[in-house]
Design a protein around this ligand. Structure first.
Ligand SMILES: C[S@@+](CC[C@H](N)C(=O)[O-])C[C@H]1O[C@@H](n2cnc3c(N)ncnc32)[C@H](O)[C@@H]1O
Length: 209
């Protein structure tokens, strides 16, 4: 297996500390897209967008949670141009890069490891989050707020990197959500993630009950 990109090694060692994450992505925002797409072969944004559009209407209101530079937004509007897409992220420079892509209605700062104070209950027809539920970023508890802000029946699509799936408690959390009758698991597929590094993820599609 090729060595993992040094920037990604640093990213997954950030320990979930919001200040460290913000500082790291602030410095990466201007070359993130090239590094991820060209050097790493990142397909997380593409597979997550592909999965979400199968489960929402053409005019759905969608939240891209941890939108970064907006790679998911671009993949969404390529497939369904009439979606309304809001994005949230911890890092201002990433949101600024997303704004320049022109795919989003609103882009706001938010910390997904805590309450999403500015978003009401039952707002979104669908939620997508690629590359955020991973080592050193947002843990499984972050799912509770995504469920709260999604409408009943809405799909929530996430990628969870293999190295975080069991070790960081995502598999257990998703099982527990299903047992508690809060979500139905529609799909869990082992998928390519960083195609130039042989790193895989679980592509998860939940439906909010
Ligand atoms: C690997 S990037 C993924 C970005 C985008 N979704 C994509 O697929 O390219 C991870 C993003 O998660 C954001 N992030 C990390 N921790 C976060 C948190 N606690 N709340 C909100 N965003 C967070 C970072 O700022 C960064 O933009």
């Amino acid at each position: 297996m090729p060595d993992e990109n040094p920037l990604l090694k640093e990213a997954i060692s950030l320990g979930g500390d919001p200040d460290a994450i913000r500082a790291f992505y602030q410095g990466w925002s201007d070359h993130y897209d090239d590094d991820m797409l060209l050097a790493i072969g990142y397909v997380g944004a593409k597979i997550a967008a592909e999965a979400l559009v199968k489960h929402v209407s053409d005019t759905a209101l969608v939240l891209d949670a941890g939108c970064g530079t907006g790679l998911v937004g671009i993949e969404l509007i390529k497939r369904k141009w009439n979606l309304t897409i809001d994005g949230i992220d911890l890092t201002q420079a990433m949101l600024d890069a997303a704004r320049s892509k022109g795919a989003y209605r609103k882009l706001n700062i938010a910390d997904m490891s805590g309450p999403l104070y500015e978003i009401d209950d039952d707002v979104y027809d669908g939620i997508v989050s690629a590359g955020v539920f991973t080592n050193g970023h947002v843990g499984p508890a972050g799912l509770d707020e995504l469920i709260r802000v999604a409408k009943p029946g809405a799909p929530i699509v996430l990628t969870v990197r293999d190295s975080a799936w069991e070790a960081d408690g995502f598999k257990d959390k998703i099982g527990q959500l299903e047992k508690d009758g809060r979500t139905k698991t529609l799909e869990i597929t082992h998928s390519p993630y960083h195609t130039k590094e042989d790193i895989f993820c679980q592509l998860v599609v939940l439906e909010v009950v």
